[in-house]
Design a protein around this ligand. Structure first.
Ligand code: UDP
Ligand code: MN
Length: 265
């Protein structure tokens, strides 16, 4: 009897989003990078109907759960706000991660992130924890964050999105407005930069990169130059190479159009 309270759901998961086959390539590599880092957490990928069957099948091989989210059919309020604002569609789609209430706590990772070593310690943090954005460090970057799935939070976020929109047209602006206390909150909510290392900074602070690159745990390939869109890219070439190695090991040749230098097909 004394243990009855332990029956509450304590499952924790890493969550990502891929609305199409293109971003699914990122999600696949991210999933395998988490496996290679021997995480003990569940892996969950949200997709939309746009993701084709063979790609879904590959996602299901690495993710414990792949669920379909459909922004446009899900909520009248959201539908209205999206009319004439296609830029907001993605922000709305990401919000669905708060609806995954089968998990007590979750870490959201953009599909363009790559995990280099075990980061399960992130689950010791509370909502809302994130790392600073390099462009304006008083705002957090929304590619990596710790949160608690909760329908009420989801509805509140949706309401804010529909009434106020997003100051940058994307999820990052919306989430920074909603969790505006983050900037002044205790350092416990401020994740170290090693959990969300974005390109660009190395050109302005190359010495820091040289000193700390061995401690980097999560890399984030922001911008349009995604690793799956060809070559090693100009962003953080040594990290992009690690991305490509995981891609070659697990993904190349498994889904239509996913060629690689060592294509299996
Ligand atoms: N995303 C998606 N489909 C899209 C654009 C974005 O699934 O067409 C998801 C994906 O998880 C992606 C995240 O939304 O990593 C945020 O977009 P992105 O990473 O391209 O933005 P950036 O980090 O470059 O600002
Ligand atoms: Mn991203």
């Amino acid at each position: 009897m004394a243990f009855a309270s332990l029956a509450t759901n304590t499952t924790e998961a890493f969550v990502t989003l891929a609305t199409n086959d293109d971003y699914s390539l990122g999600a696949l590599v991210l999933g395998y990078s988490l496996r290679e880092a021997t995480t003990s957490k569940k892996l969950h990928c949200m997709i939309t109907e746009q993701v084709t069957t063979p790609v879904r099948e590959q996602l299901q091989r690495v993710y414990d759960d792949v669920s379909i989210v459909d922004v446009l059919a899900s909520n009248d309020e959201a539908n209205l706000a999206l009319i004439g604002r296609p830029d907001l569609a993605l922000a709305f789609t990401k919000l669905n991660c708060w609806r995954l209430t089968q998990y007590s706590k979750a870490v959201f990772l953009d599909a363009d992130t790559l995990v280099l070593r075990n980061v399960d310690e992130l689950f010791e943090r509370e909502e809302f924890s994130a790392a600073p954005d390099i462009g304006w460090p008083d705002f957090f970057n929304s590619g990596v964050f710790v949160y608690r799935p909760n329908e009420e939070t989801y509805r509140a976020l949706l309401h804010k999105a529909t009434t106020e929109g997003s100051f940058d047209g994307a999820d990052q602006g919306l989430l920074n407005s909603f969790f505006s206390g983050w900037r002044e909150a205790s350092s416990a909510f401020r994740l170290s930069f090693i959990y969300n290392v974005t390109g660009g900074i190395f050109y302005t602070y190359a010495a820091a990169y040289k000193k700390l690159r061995d401690q980097v745990k999560i890399v984030h390939f922001i911008g349009t130059q995604k690793p799956w869109r060809g070559g090693v890219g100009i962003q953080m070439p040594e990290f992009a190479q690690i991305w490509h190695r995981i891609y070659e090991r697990h993904v190349a040749g498994t889904v239509p159009g996913s060629s690689g230098t060592e294509t299996i097909a």
